[in-house]
Design a protein around this ligand. Sequence first.
Ligand SMILES: Nc1ncnc2c1ncn2[C@@H]1O[C@H](COP(=O)(O)OP(=O)(O)OP(=O)(O)O)[C@@H](O)[C@H]1O
Length: 305
Amino acid sequence: MAELALDVLDLRCSYGAFEAVRGVSFQVASGELFALLGTNGAGKTTTIEVLEGLQSAAAGRVRVLGRDPRRDRRALRRHTGVMLQDGGLTGQLTVRESVQVWRGLTHRPRTTDEVLDLVGLSPRSGVAVEQLSGGERRRLELALAVLGRPQLLFLDEPTTGMDPASRRTTWDVIRRLRSDGTTVLLTTHYLDEAEALADRVAIMHAGRIATIGTPDDVVTVLPARISFLEPTGLRPPELPHATVAIDEGRVGYQSSDVQVDLAYLLDWARDHGVTLRGLTARSASLEDVLLDIAANHTAADKAHQ
Ligand SMILES: Nc1ncnc2c1ncn2[C@@H]1O[C@H](COP(=O)(O)OP(=O)(O)OP(=O)(O)O)[C@@H](O)[C@H]1O
């Protein structure tokens, strides 16, 4: 792996007697966009707070840009940008004034025009923060996080409250930052966001990393899905590599060889003169993987409590 921006080895964190992070290890290369995903209470925020130097680890070794995030917090602050879930903006200031205030606190900041242009807020520069939409507010928080051209950017739920168009604009900004060489650690509950943006993802559950890899690799552990509306008066066929279930008028197959099964299904439909209405065939998604992890780990988690 290229130079490491993040290096986490066997991290453990506790709140009193409760161990919230139970031996987490991962590495993020410089310039990589890495998404930390998981179920509620999985330990993502705790892990990120350790990386940001806000919390101490109970055990393990953590390096951020080669430094100890707790001991070297001040030095690291120059090289990292943090977009928090509630960025502490002042409602009466305009967008431009907010950026100007933060510029005064930032080492070698971008110009106000550059950063507003980057996040698409130039047309809103004279508007008071309290009059911004939720999505515009998140984009202003993103502008403040990248004001100091950070090497490493922490993005915590960056598109919460945004409509689809605003999300796409924000994705483009994040992609641009990444292509300029910024390392990004993203957390999000929108799994399509991780699919669209991340080079690699880790899915945490109950204090551990359940799976890690590229989005494509992570989803291959589960079968692909084929589905269509149930044809009237005809039993759907058995497919060579799939199991089938019918739910509320929709036929759903889970297939370990989607190409062979789909060809078989289309032959069957032609031979029987059936139109497969609403036909879809797709790989498993990150959401399928997360749901599977949550369902299958439940018994083991209970044993730990
Ligand atoms: N200050 C605290 N005191 C006690 N327990 C805590 C504290 N903060 C977090 N926890 C517990 O630690 C576990 C991990 O919490 P954490 O916030 O890191 O999870 P998360 O993955 O970020 O969850 P979410 O997606 O719901 O925000 C949870 O069971 C949570 O209840």
